[in-house]
Design a protein around this ligand. Structure first.
Ligand SMILES: *[C@@H]1O[C@H](CO)[C@@H](O)[C@H](O)[C@H]1NC(C)=O
Ligand SMILES: *[C@@H]1O[C@H](CO)[C@@H](O)[C@H](O)[C@H]1NC(C)=O
Ligand SMILES: *[C@@H]1O[C@H](CO)[C@@H](O)[C@H](O)[C@H]1NC(C)=O
Ligand SMILES: *[C@@H]1O[C@H](CO)[C@@H](O)[C@H](O)[C@H]1NC(C)=O
Ligand SMILES: *[C@@H]1O[C@H](CO)[C@@H](O)[C@H](O)[C@H]1NC(C)=O
Ligand SMILES: *[C@@H]1O[C@H](CO)[C@@H](O)[C@H](O)[C@H]1NC(C)=O
Ligand SMILES: *[C@@H]1O[C@H](CO)[C@@H](O)[C@H](O)[C@H]1NC(C)=O
Ligand SMILES: *[C@@H]1O[C@H](CO)[C@@H](O)[C@H](O)[C@H]1NC(C)=O
Ligand SMILES: *[C@@H]1O[C@H](CO)[C@@H](O)[C@H](O)[C@H]1NC(C)=O
Length: 755
């Protein structure tokens, strides 16, 4: 989801004052046979998974592995403080620290008989793919590995998480709450992603792939059931659920059959952590990946792993991880605690009090996040542990990429009727948000106060998007247009007009890389249409297996079915190219299927690539000016120590507070802001980093003028933690007014953990 129309914090101090000034300034300025398993049961090793039944294995002959496989991971965490977070697009969601680092994970699959036929699948722990980020990643990889990696065979897929660092998107609309473009965020994503692909490239070795699926019942619900119900009854009758409950998995094996990692596809929004969380994290997909990787390599630090777990997003549009449903949080009102209104998700006619609840609601959103992650881990593990039940993947590695200009794209529906898509526009319900992150639609009514408010409204009031003309109104019908972003080009384009259309094929598996968030039914229609075309055109046989991955590459917001569009809930209102958006994608993806055929050498026609807008990007962020310790103190000094008088036990939280400095001074990519050290044979050994879910790093500016700040580091002791002596270490970097940034370290007192 993505909606920017949320109220600013009522606390007028902090950033808000600067923000409004900045925005006022902005306003003033203007806006991818046969395959055999080798004797994998005979092998052993760290990741070898013992077969539960071995009878099946005798059937397969040994053969040369069919593919070359590479897997890698990189740290992409941008500035963890003083930066808007991406997903909810709430101005108030400015980060204050770190829970878990964001990562990009990469999988390279090459045909061993023709190794230049290869595809790169990147699963980045970010809210959505982006044209600018992708352009930079493609530029670096294509110049480092000429002829191997290019614009056409690299897919940048996001986990669609909502607790990561913002400001990296190229178009103006999603930059609004981040006060424009944040180059540090974009640079961190590009550097970590390129590193993940380099590591994958360096790990290339012969192997095989297997494919299968399992059902996960309790990890998602439909958050717009009233829109889903608008789909034809006979179509809905084909499915048991109003959500896809299947997790599809591609198992990566070495030539001995040992698992090296996997890619999985399951649709569930990355909105387990709520909009009021301000610690940078990875939401349920990144958490699932961490849990799986730590299960395989328990002694490795997060991110320093060789087994790569891929929890990829799919037709996510109308899914929610808040599986208990949405309820009113309206203290003092008659409807407090009751389910929200079914059609409008309101409480007392307002959207703001309606909140989706995750399975761990009674404890915390962090617990809900862990639970939704664990359900995906359990599903993936059940498949990884039973490779004999998975289908061997065989066939060529192929891909196709093209650009599609969605503004007034005219095409024929299967029944011959010509229809067209429209330049982008947001409907009114876009402002209403969703039950995962309610908007503040009523905010526009009676807006007469001088309280700090979402500066977006300042733009809306001051410059607004151009009024839609009659052609756009008719084209977008029945969407009432709130933001006519397709016509807003000042100071640069507010929404993408041109999107990436990409298909990766690996044997019978076809991955549709989608530039947006497809709803459940939209995803089903596209998969079915493409699968039929793959079979009818003879590109793949009856075993053709199609999955959707996204939002990827370019963020084209939502893709709802035409029927859902007519209901104009959030997903319909955010289907920016009009009611024929999905049909246009179906038309294009099915037309590209023929290009997957290895004997087909022609290239598909393409619209022009979107223009690079980053050079025009407006940035309203202020740099770090200075850090100072208070008089009589040094950076890293302990301000509030751990408890030394008695021991800690599993379940306890150890906290230490230090004299801090701004973590924006050094992002410490591939490193850490903290360690929990254990005394082992007289030496300190780091056993936890800032990316373990059990640790939290929180930074607080205590005096802006003098440059004082504090850092709190906490560790919630896991069950099974060995008894012994421990300490907390803080690693920071300070910026003097004049001169260069330097690092420092601080330690808490020693403390003991006992059983
Ligand atoms: C799951 O796998 C089975 C067997 O290959 C297949 O028939 C089914 O279509 C798959 N489900 C999905 C959602 O792809
Ligand atoms: C965050 O929001 C959720 C949902 O509204 C609420 O239940 C929770 O108490 C809030 N947490 C904090 C720290 O305010
Ligand atoms: C990462 O793992 C390698 C090999 O297991 C080890 O040598 C190295 O010290 C680890 N690095 C960190 C930062 O933990
Ligand atoms: C909500 O709106 C409906 C229709 O306008 C009205 O009848 C109802 O009284 C309103 N409810 C509240 C709590 O304002
Ligand atoms: C997209 O197509 C429309 C309609 O043909 C055209 O007016 C517009 O210039 C195109 N946009 C780009 C960026 O090529
Ligand atoms: C073709 O299908 C569309 C979408 O269902 C419908 O609106 C249109 O009327 C149909 N055209 C004909 C000629 O049946
Ligand atoms: C804003 O509107 C409310 C209700 O309409 C009114 O009571 C209040 O006086 C107005 N405030 C200002 C500053 O005009
Ligand atoms: C940081 O730690 C101090 C001392 O234990 C405590 O008073 C304060 O509330 C903590 N701050 C946060 C944001 O947790
Ligand atoms: C903590 O333990 C280390 C290693 O035994 C020791 O050198 C150090 O003096 C201890 N620190 C304190 C404050 O007792």
């Amino acid at each position: 989801m993505w909606h920017p129309l949320v109220r600013a914090p009522s606390d007028p101090s902090s950033l808000v004052a600067e923000v409004s000034d900045g925005i006022r300034f902005l306003v003033a300025m203007f806006h991818k046979s046969l395959l055999y398993i080798t004797a994998f049961f005979a092998s052993s090793g760290l990741y070898s998974l013992k077969p539960t039944t071995s009878s099946v294995y005798g059937v397969w002959a040994q053969s040369q592995p069919q593919y070359l496989l590479g897997l890698g991971i990189g740290d992409i965490t941008g500035p963890v403080v003083e930066t808007n977070m991406m997903g909810y697009a709430s101005l108030a969601q400015t980060n204050t620290g770190l829970h878990m680092r964001q990562r990009s994970r990469a999988w390279i699959i090459a045909d061993s008989s023709n190794p230049s036929d290869r595809v790169v699948f990147i699963n980045a722990d970010i809210a959505m793919g982006d044209t600018g980020i992708r352009r930079s990643i493609v530029d670096q990889l294509s110049s480092q590995y000429p002829g191997l990696y290019s614009n056409t065979n690299i897919a940048l897929v996001s986990t669609h998480q909502h607790s990561g660092v913002g400001g990296y998107l190229e178009n103006l609309l999603p930059q609004i709450t981040s006060l424009g473009y944040v180059k540090e965020t974009a640079d961190a994503i590009v550097a970590g992603t390129v590193l993940a692909v380099q590591r994958a490239h360096d790990s290339l070795q012969p192997g095989n792939l297997r494919l299968g699926n399992t059902t996960i019942l309790d990890a998602n619900i439909n958050r717009s059931p009233s829109a889903y119900l608008a789909n034809p009854a006979e179509e809905r009758a084909k499915y048991q659920w109003d959500q896809d409950k299947d997790l599809s998995l591609l198992r990566f094996e070495d030539s001995n059959g040992n698992a090296r990692g996997f890619l999985s596809f399951f649709p569930v929004h990355g909105t387990s952590l709520y909009e009021n969380n301000t610690l940078v994290s990875s939401d349920n997909k990144g958490m699932a990946a961490h849990i799986y990787e730590a299960m395989v390599e328990p002694d490795s630090m997060p991110g320093n792993v060789t087994f790569i777990a891929g929890f990829t997003q799919s037709n996510v549009g109308d899914t929610s991880p808040n599986t208990l449903g949405a309820f009113c949080e309206s203290p003092g009102q008659a409807w407090d605690g009751l389910p929200c209104d079914f059609d409008h998700s309101t409480c007392g006619n307002r959207t703001e009090d309606c909140h989706g609840r995750g399975p761990g609601f009674r404890i915390s959103d962090f617990e809900s996040n862990r639970m939704i992650a664990q359900l995906q881990v359990d599903g993936a593990k059940s498949l990884m542990d039973t490779p004999q039940t998975l289908a061997p993947v065989s066939g060529p590695v192929s891909w196709v990429h093209t650009y599609m200009n969605m503004s007034f794209r005219s095409f024929s529906l299967p029944n011959g009727t010509t229809v067209q898509t429209c330049p982008p526009a947001m409907g009114y319900s876009f402002a209403g948000g969703t039950t995962d992150g309610p908007g503040a639609f009523d905010f526009i009514q009676g807006d007469n106060s001088s309280d700090p408010q979402n500066p977006f409204w300042e733009i809306v009031k001051g410059a607004v998007t151009p009024f839609p003309n009659a052609e756009q109104i008719a084209c977008q019908y029945p969407k009432p247009i709130l933001l006519n972003t397709g016509f807003a080009q000042i100071p640069y384009s507010w929404s993408p007009h041109t999107v990436d259309i990409q298909i990766l094929q690996v044997g019978q598996l076809v991955m549709l890389i989608m530039p947006g968030e497809m709803t459940t039914m939209a995803g089903r229609r596209l998969r079915d249409a493409v699968r039929s075309t793959l079979i009818s055109s003879g590109v793949i046989g009856e075993d053709a297996y199609v999955v959707v991955a996204g939002p990827a590459n370019t963020y084209g917001h939502y893709i709802a079915t035409r029927e859902e569009y007519s209901v104009q809930r959030y997903e319909g209102a955010s289907t920016i190219f009009g009611q024929w958006t999905l049909d246009s994608y179906i038309d294009k993806y099915t037309s590209l299927v023929q290009f997957l055929n290895p004997s087909f050498t022609a290239q598909p026609a393409s619209d022009a690539a979107p223009q690079d807008q980053t050079k025009n990007a407006i940035t309203l962020r202020t740099p770090v000016i200075v850090d100072n310790p208070p008089i009589g103190k040094k950076f890293g000094d302990v301000l509030a120590d751990v408890q030394t008088s008695s021991s800690y036990h599993a379940g306890d939280t150890v906290v230490a507070q230090f004299v801090g400095a701004n973590p924006r001074n050094n992002l410490r990519l591939e490193r850490t802001f903290l360690t929990v050290d254990q005394l082992v044979n007289g030496n300190w050994k780091a056993v936890k980093s800032d990316s373990h879910p059990s640790t939290k790093y929180e930074w607080l500016r205590t005096n802006l003028i003098l440059g004082f700040s504090t850092v709190n580091i906490s560790w919630t002791i896991e069950n099974g933690t060995p008894q012994g002596t421990y300490r907390i270490t803080y690693i920071g970097d300070s910026k003097p007014l004049i001169g260069s940034i330097s690092s420092f370290t601080g330690h808490s007192s020693n403390f003991t953990v006992s059983a």
